[in-house]
Design a binder for this molecule. Sequence first.
Ligand code: CP
Ligand code: NVA
Length: 308
Amino acid sequence: MTEKRDFLTIWDLTKDEIEGLLKRAIELKSGADKNKCPLIGKSIGLFFEKPSTRTRVSFEVGIYQLGGQSIYLNPKEIQLGRGESISDTARVLSRYLNGIILRTYSHSSVEEFASHATVPVINGLSDLHHPCQALADLMTIMEKKGRLKGIRLAYIGDGNNVANSLIEAAAKTGIDLTIACPEGYEPDSDALDRSRTFAKGSAGAGDIIILRNPKEAAGRADVIYTDVWVSMGQEAEAEKKKSKFKNYQINSQLLQCAKKDVIVLHCLPAHRGEEITDEVMDGPNSAVFDQAENRLHTEKALLEFLIR
Ligand code: CP
Ligand code: NVA
C-alpha cells in the first residue's frame, strides 16, 4: 500500500507536482475527462471551524463532479465540539472517509489531525496557511500571463495565511514577489526563511522582497494581489488593523504604478472600500472571479492526485 499524502502547506508538493496539477486543472477546465469519475464510491469529509463560501462550495461541487460524496461536518454537531479529542476523531473518521478537508483556527490542529488520520488530509485554510488558494492563484496567473517564472507579483497588505502560502508558491515556481506591509505585519518568518532558502537553491527562482511602500511594490508589477486587513478570528483587533493598513489600498492610483496589463487578484471575500476599491474590483484589470472559479478546477486536480 502506498503511504497517504496530505496537503497541509505548499511544501507537501514538489515543484513538478505543482506544475502537473496546474496542467491538469487547465485540462479539466477545458472540459477534458468530463465523464471520468475517479471518486466513485468514495466519501470526503469537510470539517470547518470557520465560515466559507468558495472553499466549501468548490470542494463539494468538485467532489460531486468527480463521482464522490461530500459530508459537511460542523464542529458544533459532532462530538469534537463536546470535547472528543482530535486524535480519536481523526482515527474514527479515517475508518469511514477516503479523505478529509479541514478549516481551522490553529494550524497545529490540522497537523495533529493529519498525524492521526490514515487518509489524506487537505488544509482548507488555517490561521497560518491557505495552500488550496495558492494553487488557484498560480493557475490564474498561468492562464492570464502564460507563465509563472519571472512574473513580477506584488502582494500589498497583511502578512497573513494567504500571503504565507503565496510566498511559498512563488518560491516554488520562480515568481518574483514583493510584499508591501506595515511594520509588525510581515508574513510568517518560517514561511519566508524556507521560501528564500528554496529560491536560492533552485536556479532561476524568484526574489522575495519586503518593503513598506505599496507604490514601490506595485512598480512594474504583472500581478497585484491583496487580501482582507482583518482575517477570521482577528475581529478584536479590527479597528487597530484598519488604521495601520489605511494606506495599503488597491485603487486606480496604485494601478498606475504597475504595468498596463497588470492583473489584480484577491482571494475573496473582499471588503470593498477597505483593501480594494469597487473601481478596481469591477475594472478591466480584475481577474478575481476567474481566480475564484479556478478554486474548483485546481481542487479537482488535487483530489484526483491525493485520493486513492
Ligand atoms: N478564498 C476563500 O477561501 O474563500 P472562502 O472563505 O469563502 O472559502
Ligand atoms: N485571510 C483571510 C482569508 C479568507 C479566505 C482569512 O483568514 O479570513
